[in-house]
Ligand binder design. Structure first.
Ligand code: ZN
Ligand code: ZN
Length: 106
């Protein structure tokens, strides 16, 4: 996980999100998030569908690392390509996102 300099919280961890989640978070809405496989990225239902990530969903890092190298290369290429297709990714401080989540639960 990388580090982001949040105006409110200083240096914190961040999550990488698609433009739709970015928009919701900016408006104080905690959206439904789907995990992008392997990477620390969250994407909305729409992007999830568009990128056909249901096919990759069952995969986790541990499973992938147990595969032969040529398989890993193939998967990495697919994931890399899909990652590039996520529209206007943006980073959000994880503490800010937690706060939005709590606010939305009330
Ligand atoms: Zn999206
Ligand atoms: Zn923050």
């Amino acid at each position: 996980m990388g580090v982001l300099d949040c105006k409110k919280h200083g240096m914190t961890g961040f999550i990488d999100v698609c433009s739709h989640i970015d928009e919701d978070l900016k408006n104080g809405i905690y959206p439904k998030m789907n995990s992008f496989p392997i990477l620390d990225t969250k994407i909305c239902n729409y992007c999830y569908k568009i990128l056909e990530l249901d096919k990759l969903e069952s995969m986790n890092l541990k499973d992938v690392l147990n595969l032969p190298q040529n398989q890993i290369d193939k998967i990495e290429a697919i994931i890399g390509k899909k990652y590039d297709l996520i529209p206007d990714r943006n980073q959000h401080c994880i503490i800010c996102v937690e706060e939005i989540k709590k606010k939305n639960e009330k």
